[in-house]
Design a protein around this ligand. Structure first.
Ligand SMILES: Nc1ncnc2c1ncn2[C@@H]1O[C@H](COP(=O)(O)OP(=O)(O)OP(=O)(O)O)[C@@H](O)[C@H]1O
Ligand SMILES: [Mg+2]
Length: 374
Protein backbone atom coordinates (compact mmCIF):
# COMPACT_ATOMS: atom_id res chain seq x y z
CA UNK A 1 0.00 0.00 0.00
CA UNK A 2 1.40 3.41 -0.92
CA UNK A 3 1.16 6.16 -3.48
CA UNK A 4 0.76 3.53 -6.21
CA UNK A 5 -2.72 2.89 -4.81
CA UNK A 6 -3.88 6.44 -5.45
CA UNK A 7 -6.65 6.51 -8.04
CA UNK A 8 -8.96 9.20 -9.43
CA UNK A 9 -12.20 9.45 -7.50
CA UNK A 10 -10.77 8.56 -4.07
CA UNK A 11 -12.05 10.74 -1.26
CA UNK A 12 -9.79 13.13 0.59
CA UNK A 13 -10.22 15.00 3.83
CA UNK A 14 -7.72 17.77 4.32
CA UNK A 15 -6.69 20.57 6.62
CA UNK A 16 -4.40 23.51 5.94
CA UNK A 17 -1.68 25.39 7.79
CA UNK A 18 -3.57 28.63 7.23
CA UNK A 19 -5.00 30.42 10.25
CA UNK A 20 -7.86 31.47 7.96
CA UNK A 21 -8.95 28.08 6.69
CA UNK A 22 -9.39 26.15 9.90
CA UNK A 23 -11.88 23.44 9.00
CA UNK A 24 -11.58 19.94 7.65
CA UNK A 25 -12.28 20.14 3.91
CA UNK A 26 -13.44 17.52 1.45
CA UNK A 27 -11.82 16.86 -1.87
CA UNK A 28 -11.23 14.05 -4.37
CA UNK A 29 -8.31 12.71 -6.34
CA UNK A 30 -8.66 13.92 -9.94
CA UNK A 31 -5.44 12.63 -11.50
CA UNK A 32 -2.21 11.03 -10.37
CA UNK A 33 1.16 11.86 -11.82
CA UNK A 34 4.69 10.80 -10.85
CA UNK A 35 5.48 14.15 -9.17
CA UNK A 36 2.09 15.73 -8.70
CA UNK A 37 -1.35 14.89 -7.50
CA UNK A 38 -4.31 16.75 -8.94
CA UNK A 39 -7.19 17.11 -6.50
CA UNK A 40 -10.53 18.83 -6.75
CA UNK A 41 -10.82 22.27 -5.19
CA UNK A 42 -11.64 21.56 -1.53
CA UNK A 43 -15.21 22.09 -0.40
CA UNK A 44 -16.77 22.94 2.90
CA UNK A 45 -20.52 22.63 3.33
CA UNK A 46 -20.89 22.62 -0.45
CA UNK A 47 -18.79 25.74 -1.07
CA UNK A 48 -15.46 25.78 -2.90
CA UNK A 49 -12.55 26.91 -0.76
CA UNK A 50 -10.01 28.85 -2.87
CA UNK A 51 -6.80 27.69 -1.23
CA UNK A 52 -3.63 29.38 -2.50
CA UNK A 53 -0.38 28.15 -3.96
CA UNK A 54 2.15 27.57 -1.18
CA UNK A 55 -0.33 26.39 1.43
CA UNK A 56 0.74 23.32 3.35
CA UNK A 57 -1.96 20.65 3.44
CA UNK A 58 -2.49 17.57 5.58
CA UNK A 59 -4.21 15.04 3.38
CA UNK A 60 -6.01 11.85 4.36
CA UNK A 61 -6.94 9.83 1.32
CA UNK A 62 -9.33 6.94 1.57
CA UNK A 63 -8.13 4.38 -0.95
CA UNK A 64 -10.90 1.95 -0.11
CA UNK A 65 -9.50 -0.48 2.40
CA UNK A 66 -6.81 1.92 3.60
CA UNK A 67 -6.17 5.48 4.63
CA UNK A 68 -3.07 7.21 3.29
CA UNK A 69 -1.95 10.30 5.17
CA UNK A 70 0.74 12.80 4.29
CA UNK A 71 1.66 16.45 4.32
CA UNK A 72 2.07 18.26 1.04
CA UNK A 73 2.07 21.68 -0.54
CA UNK A 74 -0.04 23.37 -3.23
CA UNK A 75 2.11 23.94 -6.33
CA UNK A 76 -0.49 25.24 -8.75
CA UNK A 77 -4.19 25.94 -8.89
CA UNK A 78 -6.56 25.93 -11.83
CA UNK A 79 -9.50 28.09 -10.83
CA UNK A 80 -11.58 27.48 -13.96
CA UNK A 81 -11.34 23.70 -13.54
CA UNK A 82 -11.69 23.84 -9.76
CA UNK A 83 -8.54 21.86 -9.19
CA UNK A 84 -5.30 22.03 -7.25
CA UNK A 85 -1.97 20.41 -7.95
CA UNK A 86 -0.08 19.26 -4.90
CA UNK A 87 3.38 17.78 -4.57
CA UNK A 88 3.39 13.99 -4.53
CA UNK A 89 5.12 12.70 -1.40
CA UNK A 90 7.95 10.26 -2.03
CA UNK A 91 7.28 8.57 1.31
CA UNK A 92 3.81 9.04 2.74
CA UNK A 93 4.04 9.83 6.45
CA UNK A 94 1.43 7.25 7.30
CA UNK A 95 0.23 4.25 5.43
CA UNK A 96 -2.15 2.03 7.20
CA UNK A 97 -4.77 -0.61 7.03
CA UNK A 98 -8.15 0.50 8.06
CA UNK A 99 -10.53 -2.32 7.49
CA UNK A 100 -14.14 -1.33 7.45
CA UNK A 101 -14.70 -2.71 10.94
CA UNK A 102 -11.63 -1.16 12.57
CA UNK A 103 -11.92 1.78 14.85
CA UNK A 104 -9.68 3.54 17.29
CA UNK A 105 -10.86 5.04 20.52
CA UNK A 106 -9.11 7.95 22.23
CA UNK A 107 -9.80 7.95 25.96
CA UNK A 108 -8.49 10.73 28.19
CA UNK A 109 -8.35 10.08 31.91
CA UNK A 110 -8.67 13.11 34.12
CA UNK A 111 -9.70 14.20 37.62
CA UNK A 112 -10.48 17.30 39.63
CA UNK A 113 -8.32 16.40 42.61
CA UNK A 114 -4.79 15.02 42.25
CA UNK A 115 -3.68 11.64 43.54
CA UNK A 116 -6.99 9.85 43.00
CA UNK A 117 -5.30 7.01 41.11
CA UNK A 118 -5.51 8.01 37.44
CA UNK A 119 -2.06 6.79 36.50
CA UNK A 120 -2.37 3.51 38.41
CA UNK A 121 -5.74 2.94 36.81
CA UNK A 122 -4.77 3.78 33.24
CA UNK A 123 -1.66 1.59 33.24
CA UNK A 124 -3.55 -1.45 34.49
CA UNK A 125 -6.55 -0.70 32.30
CA UNK A 126 -4.23 -0.52 29.27
CA UNK A 127 -2.71 -3.88 30.19
CA UNK A 128 -6.15 -5.42 30.74
CA UNK A 129 -7.30 -4.23 27.31
CA UNK A 130 -4.11 -5.56 25.79
CA UNK A 131 -4.73 -8.96 27.40
CA UNK A 132 -8.08 -8.96 25.59
CA UNK A 133 -6.19 -8.70 22.31
CA UNK A 134 -6.47 -4.93 21.85
CA UNK A 135 -3.61 -2.83 20.56
CA UNK A 136 -3.10 -0.12 23.13
CA UNK A 137 -0.79 2.89 23.32
CA UNK A 138 -0.60 5.03 26.42
CA UNK A 139 0.36 8.69 26.04
CA UNK A 140 1.65 10.33 29.19
CA UNK A 141 0.27 13.85 29.02
CA UNK A 142 0.77 14.65 32.68
CA UNK A 143 2.77 17.86 32.70
CA UNK A 144 3.81 17.80 36.31
CA UNK A 145 4.59 14.21 37.11
CA UNK A 146 5.19 12.39 33.89
CA UNK A 147 5.80 8.95 35.30
CA UNK A 148 4.09 6.26 33.28
CA UNK A 149 7.48 5.07 32.05
CA UNK A 150 8.88 4.94 35.59
CA UNK A 151 5.93 2.91 36.88
CA UNK A 152 6.35 0.51 34.00
CA UNK A 153 10.13 0.38 34.39
CA UNK A 154 10.45 1.21 30.73
CA UNK A 155 13.21 3.29 29.21
CA UNK A 156 11.76 5.93 26.95
CA UNK A 157 14.71 7.57 25.23
CA UNK A 158 12.58 9.91 23.20
CA UNK A 159 9.29 11.66 23.76
CA UNK A 160 6.60 13.58 22.02
CA UNK A 161 8.75 16.72 21.83
CA UNK A 162 11.09 14.86 19.47
CA UNK A 163 8.12 14.34 17.16
CA UNK A 164 7.07 18.00 17.38
CA UNK A 165 10.64 19.10 16.66
CA UNK A 166 10.86 16.81 13.66
CA UNK A 167 13.75 14.80 15.15
CA UNK A 168 11.77 11.56 15.25
CA UNK A 169 8.70 10.03 13.68
CA UNK A 170 5.98 9.06 16.12
CA UNK A 171 6.74 5.38 15.55
CA UNK A 172 10.27 6.02 16.81
CA UNK A 173 9.16 7.44 20.18
CA UNK A 174 6.83 4.57 20.98
CA UNK A 175 8.34 2.27 23.59
CA UNK A 176 7.30 -1.29 24.32
CA UNK A 177 6.19 -1.78 27.90
CA UNK A 178 5.21 -4.80 30.01
CA UNK A 179 1.89 -6.42 29.26
CA UNK A 180 2.19 -5.84 25.51
CA UNK A 181 1.26 -2.18 25.70
CA UNK A 182 3.11 0.69 24.08
CA UNK A 183 3.86 4.01 25.70
CA UNK A 184 4.78 7.50 24.58
CA UNK A 185 6.43 9.79 27.09
CA UNK A 186 5.15 13.35 27.15
CA UNK A 187 6.95 15.41 29.74
CA UNK A 188 7.80 18.96 28.77
CA UNK A 189 6.81 18.16 25.19
CA UNK A 190 3.17 18.30 26.06
CA UNK A 191 3.56 21.92 27.13
CA UNK A 192 4.78 22.73 23.64
CA UNK A 193 1.39 21.76 22.25
CA UNK A 194 0.06 25.11 23.45
CA UNK A 195 1.98 27.06 20.87
CA UNK A 196 2.80 25.20 17.70
CA UNK A 197 4.28 26.51 14.47
CA UNK A 198 2.57 25.25 11.28
CA UNK A 199 5.35 22.71 10.72
CA UNK A 200 5.16 21.45 14.31
CA UNK A 201 1.41 21.30 14.07
CA UNK A 202 1.62 19.18 10.93
CA UNK A 203 4.05 16.78 12.56
CA UNK A 204 1.91 16.20 15.62
CA UNK A 205 -1.31 15.75 13.68
CA UNK A 206 0.42 13.27 11.37
CA UNK A 207 1.59 11.52 14.53
CA UNK A 208 -1.94 11.26 15.89
CA UNK A 209 -3.16 10.00 12.53
CA UNK A 210 -0.55 7.28 12.81
CA UNK A 211 -1.78 6.32 16.27
CA UNK A 212 -5.39 6.38 15.10
CA UNK A 213 -4.68 3.94 12.35
CA UNK A 214 -2.32 1.62 14.26
CA UNK A 215 -4.11 1.14 17.57
CA UNK A 216 -7.47 0.09 18.97
CA UNK A 217 -7.02 2.40 21.95
CA UNK A 218 -5.05 5.54 22.59
CA UNK A 219 -5.23 6.15 26.33
CA UNK A 220 -4.12 9.57 27.50
CA UNK A 221 -3.09 10.16 31.11
CA UNK A 222 -3.37 13.75 32.29
CA UNK A 223 -2.61 15.58 35.50
CA UNK A 224 -5.39 16.80 37.77
CA UNK A 225 -7.37 19.89 36.80
CA UNK A 226 -7.75 21.53 33.44
CA UNK A 227 -4.81 23.12 31.70
CA UNK A 228 -5.26 24.29 28.12
CA UNK A 229 -3.54 21.27 26.60
CA UNK A 230 -5.47 18.84 28.71
CA UNK A 231 -8.82 20.30 27.70
CA UNK A 232 -7.94 19.78 24.05
CA UNK A 233 -7.31 16.12 24.74
CA UNK A 234 -10.53 15.85 26.72
CA UNK A 235 -12.74 17.56 24.14
CA UNK A 236 -11.20 15.63 21.27
CA UNK A 237 -11.36 12.23 22.94
CA UNK A 238 -14.28 9.88 22.38
CA UNK A 239 -14.83 9.41 26.06
CA UNK A 240 -13.30 11.57 28.74
CA UNK A 241 -13.01 9.47 31.86
CA UNK A 242 -13.26 11.30 35.17
CA UNK A 243 -11.71 9.51 38.14
CA UNK A 244 -12.60 10.34 41.73
CA UNK A 245 -12.39 8.73 45.15
CA UNK A 246 -15.13 8.67 47.82
CA UNK A 247 -13.43 11.53 49.71
CA UNK A 248 -15.64 14.62 49.92
CA UNK A 249 -12.95 16.86 48.40
CA UNK A 250 -12.41 14.53 45.47
CA UNK A 251 -16.17 14.33 44.86
CA UNK A 252 -16.57 18.12 44.88
CA UNK A 253 -13.61 18.50 42.55
CA UNK A 254 -14.94 15.78 40.24
CA UNK A 255 -18.25 17.64 40.02
CA UNK A 256 -16.39 20.90 39.29
CA UNK A 257 -14.34 19.38 36.49
CA UNK A 258 -17.42 17.77 34.94
CA UNK A 259 -19.11 21.18 35.08
CA UNK A 260 -16.17 22.95 33.43
CA UNK A 261 -15.97 20.32 30.69
CA UNK A 262 -19.70 20.67 30.00
CA UNK A 263 -19.48 24.47 29.93
CA UNK A 264 -16.99 24.11 27.10
CA UNK A 265 -18.61 21.26 25.27
CA UNK A 266 -21.74 19.20 25.97
CA UNK A 267 -21.12 16.97 23.01
CA UNK A 268 -18.87 14.56 24.91
CA UNK A 269 -19.66 11.16 26.29
CA UNK A 270 -18.22 11.46 29.77
CA UNK A 271 -17.72 8.50 32.07
CA UNK A 272 -17.07 8.23 35.77
CA UNK A 273 -14.96 5.90 37.90
CA UNK A 274 -14.74 5.86 41.68
CA UNK A 275 -11.40 4.55 42.87
CA UNK A 276 -10.23 3.50 46.34
CA UNK A 277 -13.64 2.29 47.54
CA UNK A 278 -13.69 0.51 50.88
CA UNK A 279 -16.83 -1.47 50.05
CA UNK A 280 -18.92 -2.11 46.94
CA UNK A 281 -21.78 -0.25 48.62
CA UNK A 282 -19.58 2.83 48.96
CA UNK A 283 -18.66 2.67 45.26
CA UNK A 284 -22.28 2.32 44.17
CA UNK A 285 -23.37 5.13 46.48
CA UNK A 286 -20.73 7.61 45.26
CA UNK A 287 -21.43 6.81 41.61
CA UNK A 288 -25.13 7.35 42.24
CA UNK A 289 -24.57 10.57 44.14
CA UNK A 290 -22.34 12.20 41.50
CA UNK A 291 -24.39 11.09 38.50
CA UNK A 292 -27.54 12.29 40.30
CA UNK A 293 -26.14 15.74 41.09
CA UNK A 294 -24.77 16.12 37.56
CA UNK A 295 -28.17 15.17 36.15
CA UNK A 296 -30.07 17.53 38.46
CA UNK A 297 -27.83 20.58 38.27
CA UNK A 298 -26.15 20.23 34.88
CA UNK A 299 -28.85 18.26 33.07
CA UNK A 300 -26.27 15.80 31.77
CA UNK A 301 -26.05 12.04 32.06
CA UNK A 302 -22.52 11.04 32.95
CA UNK A 303 -22.13 7.29 32.61
CA UNK A 304 -21.23 5.53 35.87
CA UNK A 305 -18.55 3.19 34.55
CA UNK A 306 -17.76 1.49 37.83
CA UNK A 307 -15.74 1.45 41.02
CA UNK A 308 -12.38 0.06 42.03
CA UNK A 309 -11.59 -1.19 45.54
CA UNK A 310 -8.99 0.31 47.81
CA UNK A 311 -6.09 -2.11 47.99
CA UNK A 312 -2.60 -2.19 49.43
CA UNK A 313 -1.55 -4.07 46.33
CA UNK A 314 -1.61 -0.79 44.39
CA UNK A 315 1.12 0.98 46.37
CA UNK A 316 3.13 -2.24 46.51
CA UNK A 317 3.00 -2.57 42.73
CA UNK A 318 4.10 1.07 42.36
CA UNK A 319 7.10 0.46 44.61
CA UNK A 320 7.96 -2.70 42.71
CA UNK A 321 7.37 -0.98 39.34
CA UNK A 322 5.29 -4.02 38.47
CA UNK A 323 1.69 -3.34 37.38
CA UNK A 324 -0.75 -5.40 39.45
CA UNK A 325 -2.70 -6.44 36.35
CA UNK A 326 0.38 -8.56 35.62
CA UNK A 327 1.84 -9.34 39.03
CA UNK A 328 -1.44 -9.88 40.95
CA UNK A 329 -4.04 -10.71 38.30
CA UNK A 330 -6.38 -12.45 40.73
CA UNK A 331 -6.47 -9.57 43.25
CA UNK A 332 -9.75 -7.68 43.74
CA UNK A 333 -8.33 -4.50 42.29
CA UNK A 334 -6.95 -6.22 39.16
CA UNK A 335 -10.26 -8.03 38.74
CA UNK A 336 -12.25 -4.80 38.99
CA UNK A 337 -10.16 -3.14 36.28
CA UNK A 338 -10.29 -6.25 34.13
CA UNK A 339 -14.09 -6.20 34.30
CA UNK A 340 -14.11 -2.56 33.19
CA UNK A 341 -11.83 -3.47 30.29
CA UNK A 342 -14.07 -6.41 29.33
CA UNK A 343 -17.10 -4.13 29.35
CA UNK A 344 -15.24 -1.61 27.22
CA UNK A 345 -14.20 -4.29 24.72
CA UNK A 346 -17.82 -5.50 24.48
CA UNK A 347 -19.13 -1.94 24.04
CA UNK A 348 -16.55 -1.17 21.42
CA UNK A 349 -17.60 -4.13 19.32
CA UNK A 350 -21.15 -2.79 19.42
CA UNK A 351 -20.09 0.73 18.61
CA UNK A 352 -17.63 0.03 15.83
CA UNK A 353 -20.00 0.95 13.08
CA UNK A 354 -20.70 4.30 14.73
CA UNK A 355 -17.09 5.34 15.23
CA UNK A 356 -15.41 3.95 12.17
CA UNK A 357 -13.64 5.82 9.44
CA UNK A 358 -15.36 9.20 9.59
CA UNK A 359 -12.44 11.57 9.34
CA UNK A 360 -14.57 14.51 10.36
CA UNK A 361 -15.58 13.04 13.67
CA UNK A 362 -12.29 11.43 14.54
CA UNK A 363 -10.07 12.46 17.41
CA UNK A 364 -7.45 13.77 15.03
CA UNK A 365 -9.84 16.10 13.22
CA UNK A 366 -11.34 17.36 16.45
CA UNK A 367 -7.92 17.81 17.99
CA UNK A 368 -6.69 19.71 14.94
CA UNK A 369 -9.66 22.02 15.02
CA UNK A 370 -9.29 22.66 18.74
CA UNK A 371 -5.69 23.68 18.33
CA UNK A 372 -6.40 25.76 15.28
CA UNK A 373 -9.23 27.56 17.02
CA UNK A 374 -7.20 28.13 20.17
N1 LIG B 1 -7.23 1.41 44.29
C1 LIG B 1 -6.28 1.93 45.07
N2 LIG B 1 -6.11 1.48 46.33
C2 LIG B 1 -5.16 1.98 47.13
N3 LIG B 1 -4.31 2.95 46.75
C3 LIG B 1 -4.42 3.44 45.51
C4 LIG B 1 -5.41 2.96 44.59
N4 LIG B 1 -5.27 3.63 43.43
C5 LIG B 1 -4.24 4.48 43.60
N5 LIG B 1 -3.74 4.39 44.86
C6 LIG B 1 -2.64 5.15 45.43
O1 LIG B 1 -2.90 6.52 45.28
C7 LIG B 1 -1.71 7.24 45.00
C8 LIG B 1 -1.90 8.10 43.79
O2 LIG B 1 -2.05 7.26 42.66
P1 LIG B 1 -1.75 7.79 41.20
O3 LIG B 1 -0.38 8.34 41.08
O4 LIG B 1 -2.15 6.73 40.28
O5 LIG B 1 -2.79 9.00 41.17
P2 LIG B 1 -2.95 10.13 40.06
O6 LIG B 1 -4.37 10.51 40.04
O7 LIG B 1 -2.32 9.70 38.80
O8 LIG B 1 -2.09 11.31 40.70
P3 LIG B 1 -1.69 12.70 39.97
O9 LIG B 1 -2.90 13.56 40.03
O10 LIG B 1 -0.57 13.20 40.84
O11 LIG B 1 -1.27 12.35 38.59
C9 LIG B 1 -0.60 6.22 44.86
O12 LIG B 1 0.16 6.20 46.04
C10 LIG B 1 -1.33 4.89 44.71
O13 LIG B 1 -0.63 3.85 45.35
MG1 LIG C 1 -0.88 10.62 37.57
Amino acid sequence: MGIDDLKPGQEISLTTNSAFYKNVYESKVVAVDKDMLCISMPCYKGLFIPLNVGFVLNLRINTGADILSFTSEILYRNVSEHSLFVRMPTHPNVTENQSSSKSCKFITVTSGKGGVGKTSFIINYAISLSKLGKKVVLLDADLGMANVDVLLKTNTRYNIVDVIDGQKGINEVIAEAPGGIHIIAGGSGIQKLANLSPAEYNRITCGFTYLESHYDYVLIDTGAGLSKNVTSFIFASDEPLVVTTPEPHAITDAYSIIKVILEENRDVSMKLIVNKCETPAEGTEVLKRITGVVKNFLNYSVEPLGYIPESRIVSRSIKDQAPFALSQPSSDVAKAIRELAEKEARDQRGNDARITGKGLTSFVSKFMNLFKNA
